[in-house]
Ligand binder design. Structure first.
Ligand code: SF4
Length: 341
């Protein structure tokens, strides 16, 4: 049954594959750099969002050696809007490692790939399969959902990783592993969707236990997510003579390497109290990260209490902000100024 399933998946792929800028007709000509770059960008991000970023990156840095020689600031700047900036820092670190320690050639085995910065178990298997046709078992969220449904697993994915992996492994073909992995990605994003799977058009519907049950959308079960906490901060918009005060986030902080407005730390309980003389016009802005909400009181001030400065502030021309790597949060906070004039 299992080779029958992979045959059906591959036949379907030959007729229905999506055309994407990092895909190749034959694995023999696949460029591991482009495969790796796409996999790094696609983590936590939709294909449609990734495409323009992928095109910009490959136009500016056509090879891994080009990316390795780039300034981290330029990479972060180009990454703006994709979020999860640790990925961009790891991307740069990984490019440097490949360039300096592997002479610009990506290793082929999932084990070696998994030792590189930013490449986890899923990405190492995906790169090995897609770039080198290694029959690695590739399991991302889409594949886990398809496998759970075909085998009729009702346990939530997060609690059933081992069973899903070994079921996925039993289906992985020895030949055309890259096409097979990409086929499942396409089926997962276009057919076997979380809420309304289009089973009638699915190449697996005669093999699928969830389909046979009549309630495929209820497989696998859902984990009830705990609600995420809220943190609070104050940030200042201080503009003089067309220059705005900004500073770079440093150390191991989230978003480090990106520019931000000066302000307080992110507190876990409530908005920090402001001194009376700082009660200037303000707006509260909510931004949600993966693990918490952040409510920032954005104050437009002509002076900033030194308590909120850390010495790294720089006056930046307000008309040249697009040349700096700003997080989505900072861009959102800056809009307060545009709203209030
Ligand atoms: S038959 Fe339906 S539930 Fe089963 S894998 Fe295909 S789309 Fe998913």
């Amino acid at each position: 049954m299992n080779s029958k399933i992979s045959d059906k998946v591959l036949q379907w792929y030959d007729a229905n594959r999506r055309t994407l800028p990092w895909r190749y007709e034959q694995v023999q000509i696949a460029d591991p750099y482009r495969v790796w770059l796409s996999e790094m960008m696609l983590q936590q991000t939709q294909v449609d969002t990734v495409i323009p970023y992928f095109q910009k990156f490959t136009a500016k840095w056509p090879t891994v050696n080009d990316l390795a020689s780039a300034d981290l600031d330029d990479v972060l700047h180009m990454w703006q809007g994709l979020g999860y900036y640790a990925r961009a820092r790891n991307l740069h670190k990984c490019a440097k490692t490949i360039s300096e320690q592997f002479d610009g050639a990506f290793p082929r085995s999932p084990e070696e790939l998994a030792n590189l910065p930013g490449i986890g178990p899923y990405a190492s298997a995906a790169i090995a399969a897609i770039a080198f046709n290694v029959p690695a078992t590739v399991v991302d969220g889409n594949v886990a959902r398809i496998v759970s449904r075909v085998f009729g697993f009702s346990t939530p994915i997060q609690q059933n990783q081992k069973q899903i992996y070994s079921a996925a492994e039993s289906l992985t073909p020895l030949l055309r592993a890259g096409d097979y992995a990409q086929a499942l990605m396409d089926i997962g994003s276009g057919i076997c969707t979380p809420r309304s799977p289009k089973c009638q058009t699915c190449p697996l519907h005669t093999d699928c236990k969830a389909y046979a049950s009549g309630i495929p959308e209820q497989f696998p079960g859902k984990l009830i997510k705990p609600s995420i906490p809220t943190r609070y901060a104050v940030a200042f918009i201080c503009i003089k003579d067309n220059n705005i005060l900004l500073r770079k986030r440093t150390g191991e902080k989230m978003l480090h390497g990106l520019w931000e407005l000066p302000g307080s730390d992110w507190y876990a309980d409530s908005l920090p109290e402001l001194p009376d003389e700082m009660q200037a016009p303000y707006a509260d802005v909510k931004h949600t990260f993966s693990h918490f909400h952040l409510i920032t009181r954005v104050v437009q001030a002509s002076e900033i209490d030194p308590e909120y400065l850390n010495g790294a502030e720089v006056a930046c021309n307000i008309n040249e902000l697009d040349q700096l790597a700003l997080s989505t949060l900072t861009k959102k906070l800056l809009k307060v100024r545009n709203r209030n004039g």
